[in-house]
Structure formats: structure tokens, C-alpha cells
Design a protein around this ligand. Structure first.
Ligand SMILES: Nc1ncnc2c1ncn2[C@@H]1O[C@H](COP(=O)(O)OP(=O)(O)OP(=O)(O)O)[C@@H](O)[C@H]1O
Length: 251
């Protein structure tokens, strides 16, 4: 089963270094990894570097991968939808871009139906992309990404435009899918309570460098919140034993 480790990763825009020296332990198939940190910390830049969209020092080390770098799929934060396609067509197109032939098989259609049903968006299938709300566009983008059948998924704030019901639906689905399909799912996310609930591991990025990594409950601590986010907070366990961040003030 696939594993991924970062070794001294860096990236720049022009001459401006944005991230540097990011090394991690190995992440394993089935894990959801929350990538957290303040605005402009370098989370999207890290994803672009991991997906091979930016050059830079360091290595993305994959082991036991069937697809190599081809299996890394990046879902960007900004999702424009100018194409005159229905949601279904856009998901099918995303699926066929990954395969050598344009022939559509029953298995392709079954996978798309399953993904759209699991995301609770079957009723959007024949709507045009251009007429969707922000949240609906985000769901369409998630479906397109999943139809590519990635081994490693890099999702940049995939729930930022979704209502609470859909946030939980999508994050719970991603966690289930990571385990079922033996994927590693990295999710850049600002909601630390959702990170505590739905991720196995967390990476904290600030100022372009790695501040902490490890099991989410060990990484998202009162001390880290003060140091990295400059907030005074408590972390209290709910009746289900999951930690919740309660913010008292900025520091
Ligand atoms: N195309 C670009 N050209 C130049 N600088 C860029 C470019 N894209 C991002 N940056 C800069 O790189 C830094 C890191 O940006 P990045 O988008 O990686 O942060 P982020 O952690 O994802 O932030 P956020 O949480 O606000 O989405 C920022 O200072 C940003 O202004």
C-alpha cells in the first residue's frame, strides 16, 4: 500500500522563496492528513509543489505506489467554471482524462454515479456548471477530483463554501474513502474542530516552514494555538471524546 514522505521540500514564486525545508515522517494509505496554519503560511504552495505544478528543492518520496506522481491529484482552492458543460459531463471528462482511451465503460458510469450519490449531489448531474452556487461548484470540483481515482489526494480547503451538513457529509465521506480505496488524503483546512474530528494526522505550516506534525490530537494543542495562531484557547473534550477548540481571545 502506498506511503508518502516529504524530504526537504521547498518552492518559490520567481525569486521569492515561499516554503523551505519541509520534511515529514511517512504517511500511509488510509490516512487523512489535515494541513493547517494561518493565512499565507504556504499550504497551497506546498500542495502545488507536491503535485509537481511548482519546481523546487527536495523530494516527494512515494513507496509501493501503482501510479507514481500521476497518482497525485490536486484539487485547487479556486474553482472557476466557465466551461459549457453539465456537472455530469465535467465529472466524466475528468475521469476520461486519466485513462488512455475515450471509450466510456459501464464501470466509469457506475463510479461517477457512486461518487455523486455519496456527495449528495445526484440532483445536480444535469445542471450547467456556470449556473451553480459556490457550494455546488465546490461539490462538483470534489466529484471531478474523485473521478480521477487518485492514490494521493491534495484537497485545498474543499469545504470552505459548504454549509455545516455538507461539510460533515464530505469530510466523513473522504475519511471513509481514504480507508476503502487505500488513498492518502491531505486536506488544507481552517476549521480546527473539523480537523480534530476527521483527520488522523496533522501538519502545521507557518511562515513557509513545518512547525509540527503527528497525530492530530497531539499536534493541535493550546501551546501550538498560542504560538502559531496567536490565540488564547482551551481544548475541551466533548461527550464523544473528541477535542474541541474554544477560543477565548487573540494574543
Ligand atoms: N502565484 C503567486 N505568485 C507570487 N506569490 C504567490 C503566488 N501564490 C501565492 N503567493 C504567495 O505565497 C505565500 C503563500 O501563499 P499560499 O497560497 O501558499 O498560502 P496558504 O497557506 O494556502 O494561505 P490561505 O490559508 O490564505 O489560503 C503568500 O504570501 C502568497 O501571497
Amino acid at each position: 500500500m502506498v506511503s508518502l514522505r516529504l524530504e526537504g521540500i521547498g518552492a518559490s514564486y520567481g525569486r521569492q522563496p515561499i516554503i523551505a525545508g519541509i520534511s515529514t515522517p511517512a504517511f500511509r494509505a488510509g490516512e487523512v492528513v489535515a494541513v493547517i496554519g494561518p493565512n499565507a503560511a504556504g499550504k497551497s504552495t506546498l500542495f502545488k509543489r507536491m503535485a509537481g505544478l511548482l519546481d523546487g528543492p527536495g523530494k516527494v518520496r512515494l513507496e509501493h505506489s501503482d501510479k507514481g506522481m500521476e497518482g497525485i491529484c490536486y484539487m485547487p482552492q479556486d474553482i472557476s467554471a466557465n466551461a459549457r458543460l453539465t456537472v455530469y459531463e465535467s465529472v466524466l471528462l475528468a475521469r476520461k482524462q486519466q485513462t488512455p482511451s475515450w471509450t466510456v465503460h459501464d464501470a466509469d458510469l457506475a463510479l461517477i454515479d457512486e461518487v455523486m450519490a455519496s456527495l449528495g449531489m445526484a440532483e445536480l448531474a444535469f445542471r450547467n456548471l456556470g449556473e451553480l452556487s459556490g457550494g455546488q461548484r465546490q461539490l462538483a470540483s470534489i466529484a471531478q477530483t474523485l473521478a480521477r481515482d487518485p492514490e494521493i489526494l491534495l484537497m485545498d480547503e474543499p469545504t470552505s463554501a459548504l454549509d455545516l451538513h455538507r461539510q460533515v457529509q464530505v469530510l466523513a465521506f473522504m475519511r471513509k474513502l481514504a480507508r476503502q480505496r487505500n488513498m492518502i488524503v491531505f486536506i488544507a483546512i481552517h476549521d480546527l474542530n473539523q480537523a480534530l474530528r476527521f483527520s488522523d494526522q496533522a501538519l502545521v505550516i507557518a511562515g513557509g516552514t513545518l512547525q509540527a506534525s503527528g497525530p492530530s490530537a497531539e499536534v493541535i494543542t493550546v501551546e501550538m494555538l498560542r504560538r502559531v495562531y496567536r490565540i488564547a484557547a482551551r481544548i475541551e473534550r466533548c461527550s464523544m471524546g473528541i477535542g474541541h477548540v474554544i477560543v477565548d481571545d487573540v494574543v
